[in-house]
Write a protein that binds this ligand. Sequence first.
Ligand code: URA
Length: 200
Amino acid sequence: IVSAREAAATAPSLEALRALMEQFDGCALRSTATRLVFADGNPKASIMLVGEAPGREEDIEGLPFVGRSGKLLDLMLAAIGLDRSKVYIANVIPWRPPGNRTPTPQETQICLPFIRRQIELVDPAILVTLGNPSTQALLSTRDGIMRTRGRWFDYHNGARTIRALPTLHPAYLLRQPTYKRLAWQDLRAIATAFAALESP
Ligand code: URA
């Protein structure tokens, strides 16, 4: 169990990482989920988005953000001229928690090396954490999303430092549509950072 997790942390490619995660049996969520939800989008993208965990539709289709919040995420990306061919999307937890419950801190700790290695392999210039769990797990902060959103953080990946911007999770925006204006500010910051990459 431990060796599979350790191997994943140094997997030489996304394909190898995925294969190791498929076999990994050290997280109880795997036995209740239908399948692994690894990632979607372009592995060469300079923007990577990380959500919390798959929901029902994601668990069925095996792709992240394909349900209602995924539809909103696609609209948010489209608002700044992006789509899944220009970004890479994954979750901190790759298996659906039963009934979409919040992953436990232990489950998050078990899965963390997988997403960290995935970020390392994609090596994006910009990391966007969607919602509190992803922000707190990856950016080593205990602050809530209303404090962290829209602020640039440094995400440390070995020797590399990646700029990271937390924003509100689309599932949260579906419940609290008045906060869409805050997400819009964050999207504009992402678009500006992306444009700066394109035109050095
Ligand atoms: N919410 C997430 O955080 N991730 C998904 O893939 C779907 C919904």
